[in-house]
Design a protein around this ligand. Structure first.
Ligand code: ADP
Ligand code: MG
Length: 244
């Protein structure tokens, strides 16, 4: 089943075409990698999917709905979740409260008023933390976590409301090789529940966890397919051997 369908999406900033007619299909239950040189439009594409901005032209369909102009909070309610490139945990709050806030913001006010809500949320917070090896850090301030742990906390927060599609923009930026390896290990088990689109520079990392890759260059898709297909694609080789 196709979960996300992007058709002819363009995003124009003044004279610059950050996205220039992007088509992309993402099947439910797959991990999809987005690669390409700096400035090729990867973050712009993720933001268009999440609703951080609207495309200039084109359409985005998610889970059977046209979401092209849907506000971000409604996309989130419908099962879309994004972790931006820049870490955005609240460092003065505890690790626990960061996840609690992420969950509460996904609830309606009616759900929050029900007395069972806090207890149920407590279980969900601990499951989310446990999944990313942060359960024993629950009472620490988020600011006391290492950079890598803060990235994991953010992924845990993005996953806590149980999205259908998670968008990750360079989640392993600034991580040690060991932290990267662990990140791959921690993401793998979410596959049955959540489709993933991930932007990454580390090709080995992305090849290990992704089923399919899409390559962007100057706002255009220059290749999309399985890892093998992409590795054999001469246009992709040209970019990766001569320009990255
Ligand atoms: P990537 O994530 O692949 O490195 P981006 O999507 O961040 O690339 O950027 C694509 C192009 O769009 C770049 O040339 C960038 O400078 C430009 N761009 C991104 N956001 C804006 C913005 N808000 N205003 C103007 N130009 C932007
Ligand atoms: Mg980017």
């Amino acid at each position: 089943m196709v979960l996300l369908e992007i058709a002819a999406v363009t995003k124009v900033y003044g004279p610059l075409r950050a996205l220039d007619g992007v088509d992309l299909l993402v099947e439910a239950g797959t991990f999809h990698g987005l690669i390409g040189p700096n400035g090729s439009g990867k973050s712009t594409l993720l933001k268009s999917i999440a609703g951080a901005h609207f495309p200039t032209t084109g359409t985005i369909r998610f889970d059977g709905m046209d979401i092209t102009e849907m506000p971000p909070y409604q996309r989130a309610r419908n099962g879309l979740s994004l972790k931006f490139q820049i870490t955005a945990v609240l460092t003065e709050l505890s690790v626990y409260d960061n996840v609690l806030l992420a969950l509460q913001s996904a609830e309606t006010s009616w759900q929050l008023l029900r007395s069972s809500s806090r207890l149920r949320l407590n279980d969900e917070v601990m499951v989310a933390l446990d999944r990313f090896r942060l359960a024993d850090r629950a009472d620490d301030l988020a600011g006391e976590l290492s950079h890598g742990e803060q990235q994991w906390l953010e992924i845990a927060m993005a996953l806590a409301p149980k999205p259908k599609l998670l968008l990750l923009d360079e989640p392993t930026g600034g991580m040690s090789p060991e932290e990267r390896r662990v990140t791959g290990e921690l993401l793998e088990p979410i596959k049955p529940d959540c489709t993933l689109i991930i932007v990454e520079h580390d090709l080995d990392f992305i090849k290990n966890i992704c089923d399919r890759l899409t390559v962007l260059d100057q706002g255009r898709v220059i290749g999309s397919g399985t890892i093998d297909e992409i590795e054999r694609d001469p246009r992709v080789q040209e970019i990766y051997t001569s320009r990255v």
